[in-house]
Design a protein around this ligand. Structure first.
Ligand code: BES
Ligand code: ZN
Length: 618
């Protein structure tokens, strides 16, 4: 028996009422091994939040009213919780209800089982968060750009919403929500929903009337300002960052229009961006109506805006059509990387899109050298694991390459029509890999059996490695870089390499292309010519700092330490800590820096860095 079924058996034993009443026919919901909830029996359909944010106590407290769809009237309501303090539970009539928290699984937390009475159509849970809330990051003023006020943000994906809201935390269960949130004077609250103004009590109000998976419920609270970009797009940021953010994201409306012309109408009302403080653990997070973004994307020259294209694309792939379980995560990210590329191509041309594709594949091939075979599978087996454990470029880049392969075989015209109908057919639903395959076979493959026979779905979706029919693009601007790399290897001085006009993606390709030949002396010459150590482009800086560690280039030490102390983006920190951990001396240094930096990182980042610096074998 699994922990999950044991927990359920214990709870049901304690709570279940008599059997024998016929059950309603339940809607089919795929089994999600990362949730305790049993939505086919009792399903949450709406959450109404009434919360207060307390920076001093680092606590969110309040209540949530959950509306219920009860298919099996005998069954208790089962919610997911982790590190939440539950105070009281009442039913529709205001009367108290029996509840019990089951044993905690380290990955998925506990089941909160609530015994309902016959007439209950909703429950109200009064609760508060604790210091164990992995979704939340409470920032001191000195961790923000303006250093003027504390800041709070949430990160729900993959299974962290249960650490700040008791609910059915499975991507297969979609709910609508509304919220009323009180915050200290001078602070602004934003959420992944439509803003419906401030009440007379100063509370911020929100409404999400389209059904979304729980991992997309998000909140941030701090000293924030807003600037419009267009009628439906705008940007939120701390006052000192707002101008830079507004200028970096100036093309957002054009991106929304490009995406709409490719995949159908944008169905979420507004599309705004929120620039978070630098400890934000991801590049971006596609919270509906309001993408959360790292400030490291503000390069000053819009060279990293593919991140906006990516998060925007999730408004279709991910938020409109969602992975039903975390094993289907590639449906979210693979489609999104594919669409991101289509949006980039529309806005900035084929070569720009190709450069990013080529770099994505090169990064994946480097990463795959260290990936266990089971983590190289698109339709990944996560039994016994946390959904984030096998996180890698596989669902992203291999997922997108699979779709590019289908496009290559069937042609853009047919493939685009297929995609458009895919989004319309599954809008506001959560689907599995199996459902996708069924639809693909029926709607696209059936149109030309001979073409379909050239795509081996089983190899692409269920096997490790990269299939032999993997599409490989070659971009001209990167081919030019390859020539310069060859020249450099033959001894041409950096200043004579004719790099004028190079864009970020070319510099990234250049650095990766010379990585295996670098020593400290060579890095010093490159630095004299190109000032990498001082670059304000975090993508370039991240690669440079990794090379500096490997080559023991001491002149970058201070910059490395400063970067590790301020930026919390997991994708940047992982390779740096890994590179440091390769030598005993580096590991000592990494541990000393990490001891100071760790309290400044979000739990999503520490979960991975802890593993890198752990004393294995001791
Ligand atoms: N949804 C992801 C972020 C995520 C994935 C959070 C899994 C938690 C668990 C987001 O859309 C994403 O992929 N962000 C990327 C940026 C992108 C341009 C590839 C990131 O954060 O680096
Ligand atoms: Zn994504």
């Amino acid at each position: 028996m699994t922990t999950r079924s044991l927990a359920r058996a214990a709870l049901l034993g304690a709570l279940a009422a008599c059997a024998g009443v016929p059950r309603d026919v339940p809607p089919s919901i795929p089994m999600d091994i990362h949730s305790h909830c049993e939505p086919e029996r009792v399903r949450v359909t709406h959450a109404s939040l009434d919360l207060e944010i307390d920076h001093a106590k680092k606590e969110i407290r309040g209540a949530v009213v959950l509306s219920l769809d009860r298919h099996d009237k005998e069954s208790p309501l089962i919610l997911d919780v982790k590190g939440l303090a539950i105070e009281t539970v009442t039913g529709s009539d205001g009367g108290v209800r029996l509840w019990q928290i089951g044993p905690e699984d380290k990955n998925i937390g506990s089941a909160l089982a609530i015994q309902l009475v016959w007439a209950d159509t909703s429950v109200r849970v009064v609760y508060r968060t604790t210091e164990r809330a992995e979704a939340l990051q409470w920032l001191e003023p000195d961790q923000t750009a303006d250093r003027a006020a504390p800041f709070l943000f949430t990160q729900g994906q993959s299974i962290f919403t249960r650490t700040w809201i008791p609910l059915q935390d499975s991507p297969g269960v979609r709910i609508t929500y509304d919220a009323r949130v009180r915050a200290p004077a001078g602070q602004t609250v934003v959420m992944s929903a439509e803003q419906v103004g401030q009440g007379p009590d100063g509370a911020f109000r929100f409404r999400m009337d389209r059904p979304i998976p729980s991992y997309l419920i998000a909140l941030a609270c701090g000293r924030l300002e807003f600037r419009p970009i267009s009628e439906r797009c705008g940007v939120w940021a701390e006052p000192s960052v707002i101008a830079a953010a507004r200028s970096e994201f100036a093309d957002t409306e054009k991106m929304v229009q490009a995406a709409e012309s490719l995949f159908g109408p944008y169905r979420w009302g507004r599309y705004d961006l929120l620039v978070l403080p630098p400890s934000f653990p991801f590049g971006g997070m596609e919270n509906p109506c309001l993408t959360f973004a790292t400030p490291t994307v503000l390069a000053g020259d819009r060279s990293l805006v593919s991140l906006v294209a990516h998060e925007l694309a999730h408004s279709w792939s991910g938020n409109l059509v969602t992975n039903a379980t975390w094993s289907d995560f590639w449906l979210n990210e693979g489609f999104t990387v594919y669409f991101e590329s289509r949006i980039m191509e529309r806005l900035y041309g084929t070569e720009r899109a190709r450069m990013e594709q080529q770099i994505g594949l090169a990064d994946l091939e480097r990463e795959m050298k260290e990936l266990a075979p089971r983590d190289q599978v698109l339709h990944v087996d996560l039994r016994g694991r946390h959904p984030d454990d096998g996180f890698s470029g596989i669902p992203y880049v291999k997922g997108a390459l699979f779709l590019e392969r289908v496009e290559e075989v069937f042609g853009r015209g047919l493939f685009d029509r297929f995609l458009r109908s895919y989004f319309d057919t599954f809008a506001f639903q959560s689907i599995t890999t199996g459902e996708f395959v069924h639809y693909l076979r029926k709607e696209l493959f059936a149109q030309d059996r001979a073409l379909a026979a050239t795509i081996d779905l089983d190899t692409w979706l269920e096997k490790p490695g990269l299939p032999a029919d993997l599409p490989r693009v070659q971009s001209k601007p990167l081919a030019e870089v390859d020539e310069r790399i060859a020249k450099w290897k033959e001894g041409t001085a950096p200043a004579d390499l004719a790099t004028r006009g190079w864009v970020t993606q070319q510099w990234l390709h250049f650095l990766e292309g010379i990585a295996d030949r670098l020593d400290a002396a060579a890095m010093s010459k490159l630095d004299d010519a190109f000032h990498f150590t001082q670059t304000g482009n975090c993508e370039v800086l991240d690669v440079w700092l990794r090379l500096a560690i490997a080559a023991r280039y001491g002149a970058a030490d201070a910059r490395l330490e400063e970067f590790l102390m301020t930026v919390g983006r997991r994708k940047y920190l992982e390779p740096l800590y890994k590179e440091l951990a390769k030598t005993e001396e580096g590991k000592q240094r990494a541990r000393a820096i990490y001891a100071k930096a760790r309290p400044r990182y979000h739990a999503a980042t520490t979960a991975s860095i802890d593993g890198i610096l752990a004393d294995k074998g001791k």
